[in-house]
Write a protein that binds this ligand. Structure first.
Ligand SMILES: Cc1cc2nc3c(=O)[nH]c(=O)nc-3n(C[C@H](O)[C@H](O)[C@H](O)COP(=O)(O)O)c2cc1C
Length: 404
């Protein structure tokens, strides 16, 4: 999705400048072409040689560079860019951009570009909270710059507070989100569920399953990157919340059912990748059950069938984890639950399914068409599924991007 995209990475004179090398590296690995512009203060913190080596492209550090490959640099770079990302962004560059100053190559390029501009501030808490900085950020927001708020954490001074450059994953996620705004799910609301629900036995024990939530999170990110507004309803997982996605955390199948029913009236599609527990204890003990000599017998009851029971004007996509008769069982489930698509995977394979980074799935549609895909990363599976979902959804008269 980042392949064929040209990204300007602006680096300014912050102690967090070294993190820009990792941002550049991740963008390159995702297939983007990265043109780096560094302010003269930035090169005090990290060498242009590092960025030159990572991007394989010349790095712009001066306003007047006759050896450069670009004719009138700020214009040609600005024109070629799909997005401009300034990370880290100092209080100084934020002030200069808010004032429309054009005394270095980065400011000139931002003034000259029609591409979206994304800013990731990094500075001491007092500098960040200063009304001057906050006013400047408000001005930039009002001009449609996208600001990725800094994280709260340990700062270079040793103090804790807001001002730390936000996680690189969130910066890359925001870039993907902005670049995907005109995608085939623009204007659509996709609801994704993820993870294995937990059905409590007592205050410390529960029944669950081996679902990691990876497939659901990959679907949520892929839907975001195709322009959708995304709600992710997630059972407990070890993953951070994906940037640009509305996340609702739930525990039990009953909580997931309630939340799904609350959100589906606004949704265009429900993609149910969560592994909802099929059974739950009939009673939850109020106190921790003491270990005894005699063993313990639990009485279980069925949990609600979320996918089968939820109704409305949206398309339903289900997942089926099967250990035998994959296609037959999946077809039956598709019919029973009134699905538009079912994604079946063979959980006996060791390289795919629960917890793995990749999945080998078979996608079956309502007409009975069976598409058996090779082993591929979960993100690619997500894109295959969402490509089919996009085709099933009515085309908007004009594709209006969702607001960020
Ligand atoms: C060691 C050191 C660390 C700095 N870290 C930051 C920072 O994290 N954020 C910031 O806004 N300014 C920081 N500054 C101040 C900027 O480098 C200074 O405002 C500079 O003029 C920014 O120039 P630029 O925005 O053109 O890159 C730091 C200065 C020093 C000496």
């Amino acid at each position: 999705m980042l392949s064929n995209k040209t990204i300007i990475l602006g680096i300014t004179g912050s102690i967090a400048a070294y993190k820009a090398a990792e941002i550049a590296s991740q963008l390159i690995q995702a297939g983007a072409k990265v043109n780096v512009i560094m302010t003269k203060e930035a090169i005090e913190f990290i060498s242009p040689v590092t960025l030159r080596a990572i991007t394989g492209r010349p790095v712009v550090t001066k306003m007047f560079d006759l050896a450069s490959e670009f004719s009138i640099e700020h214009i040609s770079l600005a024109k070629a860019a799909d997005i401009v990302v300034i990370a880290p962004a100092t209080a100084n560059i934020i002030a200069k951009l808010a004032a429309g100053i054009a005394d270095d190559m980065l400011c000139c390029t931002v003034l000259a570009t029609k591409a979206p501009v994304l800013i990731a501030p990094a500075m001491e808490t007092n500098m960040y909270n200063n009304p001057a900085t906050q006013d400047n950020l408000s001005k930039l927001k009002a001009r449609n710059f996208m600001i990725i708020a800094p994280a709260t954490g340990r700062l270079a001074s040793g103090k804790e507070g807001p001002g730390r450059l936000t996680d690189i994953t969130d910066i890359i996620g925001s870039i993907r989100q902005v670049l995907g705004r005109g995608g085939d799910l623009a204007g659509k609301h996709i609801l994704v569920t993820a993870g294995g629900t937990q059905e409590p036995i007592d205050p410390v024990r529960y029944i669950s399953n081996r679902s990691s939530g990876k497939m659901g999170y990959a679907l949520a990110e892929a839907a975001r990157d195709r322009g959708a507004k995304v709600t992710l309803i997630t059972a407990p997982t070890s993953f951070p919340e994906p940037v640009g996605v509305d996340v609702v955390k739930v525990g039990t199948a009953q909580e997931m059912r309630q939340t799904v029913e609350n959100v589906t009236p606004q949704a265009d599609a429900l993609v149910m990748a969560a592994a909802v527990a099929d059974y739950r204890p009939t009673k939850t003990a109020k106190d921790k059950i003491k270990k005894g000599e005699a063993g313990l017998t639990l009485e279980l009851e069925c949990t609600p069938d979320i996918l089968g029971n939820v109704k409305g004007n949206f398309i339903k996509v289900g997942f089926a984890a099967e250990s035998s008769n994959l296609v037959e069982n999946a077809k039956q489930k598709l019919k029973q639950k009134g699905l538009a698509l079912i994604v079946a995977n063979d959980i006996t394979a060791t390289d795919s399914g629960f917890g793995a980074d990749s999945n080998r799935v078979t996608i079956i549609d309502r007409e009975g068409k069976v598409d058996s895909l090779p082993l591929m990363p979960k993100r690619e599976v997500a894109d295959k599924v969402l490509g089919m979902v996009a085709k099933l959804l009515p085309k908007p008269k004009s594709r209006r991007p969702n607001k960020l």
